[in-house]
Design a protein around this ligand. Sequence first.
Ligand code: UDP
Length: 314
Amino acid sequence: MAGSKPRAVVSGGAGFIGSHLCEELLAREVRVLALDNYITGSAENIRHLQGNPDFELRQLDVNHGIFIGGDVRYVLHFASPASPPQYDANPIHTLKVGTVGTMNMLGLARAKGATFLLASTSEVYGDPLVHPQPEGYWGNVNPIGPRGCYDEAKRCAEAYAMAYRRTHDVDTRIIRIFNTHGPRMQVSDGRAVPNFMAQAIRGEPITVYGDGSQTRSLCYVADLVRGVLAALDRGDEFPVNLGNPEEVTVLELAKTIVKLAGSKSRIDHRKLPVDDPKQRRPDISHARELLGWQPEVSLEDGLGRTLEYFRSVL
Ligand code: UDP
């Protein structure tokens, strides 16, 4: 019976990661209320869940207050623009959803006696001077640069979660998500994976920013979502990195995608964006020990799956 199942509220539930999370929660017999204002999410991402009696979707901006009747066991805050061009296009909204939106979601968790989980980010480490990044590293963030609206909002969100735990005893989790890819990423969100895949499939030049020597570590979305649920079940109050430690340069990533796509696209170097982190790789020892979690999908395997998705939508 639907009423006996626990219920989760997922902000950003129609987004890339949020939609996969809703799917997995439903698979675990959790009822889901997804909230989204569609700034970057899309109803298309959760269309297949709409007939499920345990799934509900509400168009709502969490910055404007959240009023929900009934019981809630889990509050998961995933709403936010998350790619550099998207938060650059919506800097004030990005700041608000990390600060006011987080406060509202924490207020909901407090009112309902629910466990709260914050989707934080590797961006809290900024352009890191410590490599790989462990959770104990405080980061190297430029507050007034183009990434400041996202990085500082997420840092503030973490501070909010800790304050609600210390002051109101809310059961909180903080996960720091590193670069993730998979089906339902927006083709036009401007990140490296969607750009390179769309360009490779269309036979257009691959736009590598700078010389491409900057590194990233990419996690397949199914692995990430497994980690999110492990953190919800077994996490503690301290932040935990979730990402794949398999590190590549952006140039290697571009070449791998061209190869996997069987494309003839050439590499076209463009200007490196301001404050673009030079290196990024998660230290996941904490996730391994605390959650018994680690990624299972290799980089090439995951990229192959994501490429299939982009082929299906382009
Ligand atoms: N990048 C690139 N070409 C693109 C998009 C991104 O070379 O068309 C680079 C970007 O400068 C960064 C890396 O790829 O060094 C990852 O960028 P993304 O936007 O995916 O995420 P970030 O990790 O920077 O938030």
